[in-house]
Ligand binder design. Structure first.
Ligand SMILES: NC(=O)c1ccc[n+]([C@@H]2O[C@H](COP(=O)([O-])OP(=O)(O)OC[C@H]3O[C@@H](n4cnc5c(N)ncnc54)[C@H](OP(=O)(O)O)[C@@H]3O)[C@@H](O)[C@H]2O)c1
Length: 365
């Protein structure tokens, strides 16, 4: 929780809604797009982005957190600004998540910001940890900086707030429940069936397949089931887009009985994945979290998906329906107010100028 803050600007008290402008929106979009590029690489930390602006609202530098144990987004953006000789021009910092106020494996970001001329800090999502929430913002306010929250910026900024909160939704779920976020991906043909024609492993378009690979890249674990393995012997790795560099082996959970696993497939898959079996699908979110993951993608057949539905073991559900005319329609169901999935769908393609093919996500519009 935070209180509505009015800050001094040129001697006047102004609210977040009044302070929000086209430059801050652009900065949030750039920070979100950069953070999305590292979704799937940061666990157990959340993806976070930061943009630094000069006094005219021009973006000086944008950065994201890359991997746990490496620089936070703010520290990386500040380091980039230093390398470019731009530190003296920093007037505003825009961060998708409240800056940390404690030194862990890396120094506190609030203190790093305070060592620069930054005057105004815009924050997307509040820190979900109840023990430290508000600490970073309070430290910056106490040091005389203006702090604005997206949550106070009015309905016009609701899309940005949802994006910042959606980006960390798996982290929030893991931190508050000890369970990972589960996104189910399901493709249906014109008859409402999931099973591809004989001899084929899919009936969706190349675009839908690429989206599946983007989601694999953005998530920390893949969940499948023995029926799908027996039918398709799937690779389940990231192929249609570049995977994260130096990424640790992805977790692959196969639901069902281990003895139903074809040995040839198992030998091949264990070269790429950290393979686990799960006899009870209700254990999957906990298993992923135990392994340090935040977000898992389910790619399995109708029997496992029925079990997930029946047990409410899912967070959001992407359905790709192929009509009889071959036209594809995507729909998303979510059990939560915000969703990370929304950041990776074509509808979120936006205005950051990052070409979609170069970005791990479709930037929000
Ligand atoms: N269209 C799509 O989006 C899509 C995606 C993936 C796959 N598919 C297709 O789906 C077909 C396979 O579907 P399927 O229904 O036969 O297989 P499936 O759902 O992939 O796997 C079924 C197996 O899951 C395990 N299982 C079921 N409920 C469980 C629970 N509550 N806890 C733990 N494990 C559980 C059981 O394994 P055990 O018997 O070993 O106990 C069961 O036999 C293939 O043709 C494949 O191409 C389609």
């Amino acid at each position: 929780m935070h209180v509505l803050v009015f800050c001094m600007a040129g001697g006047e008290m102004i609210s977040a809604e009044q302070h929000m402008n086209i430059s801050i929106r652009a900065a949030f979009k750039a920070a979100l797009a950069e953070a999305c590029r590292f979704a799937g690489a940061t666990a157990p930390n959340p993806p976070v982005g930061c943009a630094l602006l000069d006094e005219y609202g021009k973006i000086l530098t944008v950065a994201a957190h890359h991997r746990a144990g490496t620089m936070h987004a703010e520290a990386r953006a500040l380091a980039q600004a230093e390398t470019l000789g731009l530190t003296a021009q920093i007037a505003t910092a825009v961060v998708t998540l409240e800056p940390c106020n404690h030194a862990g494996r890396t120094p506190a970001c609030s203190e790093a910001l305070l060592r620069t001329p930054v005057q105004t800090i815009w924050i997307g999502a509040a820190d979900p940890n109840p023990h430290v929430a508000g600490g970073g913002a309070a430290r910056l306010l106490t040091a005389g900086r203006s702090v604005f929250w997206l949550a106070d910026a009015g309905r016009e900024s609701g899309d940005l707030l949802a994006a910042c909160q959606g980006l960390i939704a798996p982290f929030v779920k893991q931190a508050t429940t000890g369970r990972a976020w589960l996104t189910v991906k399901q493709a249906l043909d014109a008859s409402g069936l999931m099973v591809p024609p004989p001899g084929r492993s899919t009936f969706t378009s190349p675009e839908a397949l690429t989206l599946a690979h983007r989601l694999r890249r953005a998530t920390d674990a893949i969940v499948t089931a023995t029926g799908t393995v027996q039918a398709d012997m799937p690779g389940l790795d990231v192929r249609r887009v570049a995977d994260h560099e130096e990424r640790a082996r992805r977790l692959l959970i196969v639901c069902g009985q281990e003895e139903h696993m074809p040995m040839a497939w198992r030998d091949r898959i264990e070269q790429k994945f950290d393979l686990r079996f799960c006899a009870d699908v209700r254990d999957v979110p906990h298993m992923v979290a135990e392994a340090g993951g935040l977000w898992a993608l389910v790619e399995a057949g109708p029997r496992l998906l029925s079990a997930l539905r029946a047990n409410n073991v899912w967070d959001d559900w992407l359905t790709i329906s192929v009509g009889s005319d071959g036209h594809e329609r995507m729909s998303v169901e979510s059990r939560h107010a915000v969703s990370p999935l929304s950041l990776f769908l074509p509808e979120a393609r936006g205005v950051t100028g990052v070409p979609v093919e170069d970005s791990a996500c479709f930037p929000v519009s």
